[in-house]
Design a protein. Structure first.
Length: 270
């Protein structure tokens, strides 16, 4: 698939994806914009098309022959490809000219930030260590009973002041044991569900469990915790500005195309 300019400035796919109705809408929109373009002084020079083709070749690492081969595989020729490229570039230029003057003030960006703080919160995360006694689906009742008694015994040692990391090194049945059971940092949605419910309910330094998972029996400790907090305005201002600009641009663009449609005579032949 060629990386080209067809998607830049062309008519975006309406909500609902590619359906016969949406394809027809895109075609009509392109037609009315192209017709409007002929009534303006806006043009695309051949040198601009050639430059666009060169950029396409560069981004795809194509030679002239590679490009011709790729176009042939797509059922087209270089000449037809250039014609379509010119049409899309003209649509983009005319659209940008007619839908110009879209501005977003700093106050609007700040207002959006303060009114939508939930969008700009850093994720809560925790650092977790565990001690696991492995069990499998094939483990019999005696093995399960033995593991349950052993995990309770380990828990009693921790409650009596024993070091969690040291006990993990002694008893845990997984590679993290040599690191004192340290599993690293987790955000919500990244842990086993049963472990996550317990882990995120714990304060820093607290122990939870025993927890049953498909891997066995676990004791967990939250060794560090970072609470969710607002991301600084300066770090998200550009993102907000782009979001507001794009929304305003699309609204203005939609209204402009509607005016073109209303002024045009459109006959659809099936």
């Amino acid at each position: 698939m060629l990386k080209d300019l067809n998607s830049k400035g062309s008519i975006p796919t309406p909500k609902g994806g590619i359906t016969p109705e949406n394809v027809l809408k895109i075609m009509v929109d392109e037609k009315v914009i192209s017709f409007h373009a002929k009534q303006t002084a806006i043009t695309i020079k051949e040198s601009e098309i050639d430059k666009a083709v060169e950029n396409i070749k560069t981004s795809n690492r194509f030679s002239d022959k590679d490009l011709e081969k790729a176009l042939k595989q797509q059922g087209t020729t270089l000449g037809k490809y250039k014609e379509n490229l010119k049409k899309q570039m003209l649509i983009r230029r005319v659209t940008n000219f007619e839908v110009s003057g879209v501005n977003v003030s700093k106050d609007e960006v700040k207002d959006y930030y303060h009114q939508n703080m939930a969008e700009f919160m850093s994720e809560e995360k925790i650092r977790v260590s565990h001690i696991v006694l492995t069990l499998t689906r094939d483990s019999d009742s005696m093995q399960k009973s033995s593991a349950e008694e052993k995990i309770r015994s380990i828990k009693r040692k921790i409650d009596s002041g024993a070091d969690f990391a040291q006990l993990a090194r002694e008893y845990s049945n997984d590679p993290a044991a040599k690191h004192g059971g340290d599993l690293g940092w987790f955000k919500r949605g990244k842990m086993l569900p049963d472990m996550e419910v317990v882990a995120f309910s714990l304060k820093q330094g607290e122990i939870g469990g025993p927890i049953h998972t498909p891997f066995g029996l676990h004791l967990i400790k939250v060794t560090e915790r970072v609470e969710a907090k607002p991301i600084e305005f300066d770090k998200v201002a550009d993102k907000i500005r782009s979001k507001l600009y794009n929304k305003r641009y699309q609204r203005k663009r939609t209204a402009w195309i509607k005016r073109l449609r209303d002024q045009a005579y459109i006959e659809i032949l099936y």
